[in-house]
Design a protein around this ligand. Structure first.
Ligand SMILES: Cc1cc2nc3c(=O)[nH]c(=O)nc-3n(C[C@H](O)[C@H](O)[C@H](O)COP(=O)(O)OP(=O)(O)OC[C@H]3O[C@@H](n4cnc5c(N)ncnc54)[C@H](O)[C@@H]3O)c2cc1C
Length: 385
């Protein structure tokens, strides 16, 4: 019997497991293949919701589901964290067991390294997990006047448009409360643009001008001075705040570092077309865990999950794997309460930003529900079975 192991049951891992279970249904029934998902978290989180709950666009309970509800028939869930992956000898160690595999998909996402910026964790808010988002929501509800900084500490980080979405939402949130004139909003970004693509950056900066949002671009945050309430940059530049929201530094997962299979930041190096971990034909990595030059986005993780599930099923069925990833990804980017735009890109297409509209905003909110049955666990899988 062949074992396909998936490590990490977030957006990419769950999608890969469900697509594999659908494609290899017969082989699983005939006990020729088993699919094992190793995931220590009891919950699967829909992370785009973390920003939305801050502004009451989504209830917090809608951002997660129990892990066992996420999986289609034919997948064995191991509710333990992996502690080591040995790619050469084809096994994974968890807290309690050793799992041999024939194929592996690593989808352990990104971690946050608060220690990289002194003063960051104690002095700032963010929306990069559920608890932090709820803390920020409470802080904003009590905020009546002063200066808010929305900053990105370093690249790369998840969902490239999220910090822009946050400042646009802050603008409308304070307008709705009737205190926008009492609140100064400043956007801090580590490169000399408002977004990694010049075209999108130019559009965003024009919107900042229209909405009275200030910006400091090329500001590489060195530390947060919590006595003087200031951000201090690598160049010694300072900017003051009354409330600060910061995208924390992102690094690869500790498991990748401990297993010595990643680069110095803990990201996995994969072939950009096949998504094979370099040097291993039976090992793949997808989603935020890789150092591919694509957005760290759920849409990317899902597109990659489909490619690797096709390649693994092709190999198991005795064919040469032919499916490849074209670098495609996209995001619905909120530009205010009631408006959104859509961004798409691929290896061969620079990011395209569509004109903002209510329709995109509506699709974004609808997608919050569709995610569960369309992307993470496609209902089609259930119907086929
Ligand atoms: C605020 C915010 C807004 C976002 N908005 C968007 C958006 O609008 N559009 C979009 O496309 N993307 C968005 N994203 C990004 C998207 O959520 C991520 O890119 C996506 O979740 C990546 O999927 P992944 O499977 O790689 O990692 P994750 O979904 O983070 O999953 C990683 C999983 O690995 C598990 N894991 C970790 N270590 C171990 C271990 N040792 N053993 C076993 N399991 C382990 C974790 O428990 C977790 O379940 C947003 C993210 C945030 C934070």
């Amino acid at each position: 019997m062949k074992t396909v192991a998936i490590v990490g049951g977030g957006s990419g891992g769950v999608s890969a497991a469900n697509h594999l279970a659908s494609k290899l249904r017969r082989e699983i029934e005939d006990k020729l293949v088993r699919i094992v998902l190793v995931e220590g978290s009891k919950r699967h989180y829909y992370q785009p919701g973390f920003l939305e709950i801050v502004f009451d666009l989504m209830p917090q309970q809608a951002t997660y589901r129990n892990m066992d509800r996420m999986l289609t028939k034919g997948i064995a869930l191991i509710s333990e964290y992996a502690t080591m992956i040995d790619l050469k000898n084809h096994f994974i160690k968890t807290e309690r067991q050793k799992i041999d595999f024939d194929y592996i998909v690593i989808a352990t996402g990104a971690s946050y390294n608060y220690d990289a910026v002194p003063g960051l964790e104690s002095g700032t808010y963010n929306f990069y997990n559920l608890d932090k988002a709820l803390e920020l929501k409470t802080a904003l509800n009590h905020f009546k006047s002063g200066k808010i900084l929305m900053g990105v500490s370093s690249m790369p980080y998840k969902c490239t448009p999220a910090p822009l979405e946050a400042v646009f939402l802050l603008n409308d949130y304070f307008k709705k409360r009737g205190i926008r004139n009492d609140v100064e909003i400043e956007y801090i970004y580590p490169i000399p643009m408002a977004f990694p693509d010049k075209g999108v950056s130019d559009v965003a900066l024009k919107m900042f001008e229209d909405k009275g949002i200030k910006s400091k671009l090329g500001f590489r945050l060195k530390y947060v001075d919590n006595d003087s309430h200031e951000f201090v940059s690598e160049d010694g530049d300072r900017t003051r705040f009354d409330l600060a929201i910061v995208t924390p530094p992102h690094v690869g997962n500790k498991l990748i570092v401990d297993s010595k299979i990643g680069d110095k930041m803990g990201w996995l190096t994969v072939d950009n077309l096949t998504l094979n971990i370099k040097g291993y034909e039976n090992a793949y990595a997808i989603g935020d865990a890789t150092n591919l030059q694509v957005s760290k986005a759920g849409s990317v993780a899902d597109a990659e999950a489909i490619v690797v599930s096709e390649r693994i099923s092709q190999a198991i069925e005795g064919y040469e794997p032919v499916s490849t990833y074209d670098g495609s990804g996209g995001a619905l980017m909120i530009t205010g309460i009631g408006s959104a735009s859509m961004l798409t890109s691929s290896y061969t297409q620079k990011p395209i930003m569509m004109p903002e509209s209510y329709a995109f905003y509506w699709i974004k909110l609808i997608y919050n529900n569709l995610y569960w049955n369309m992307t993470a666990k496609p209902v089609l899988n259930e119907v086929i079975q």
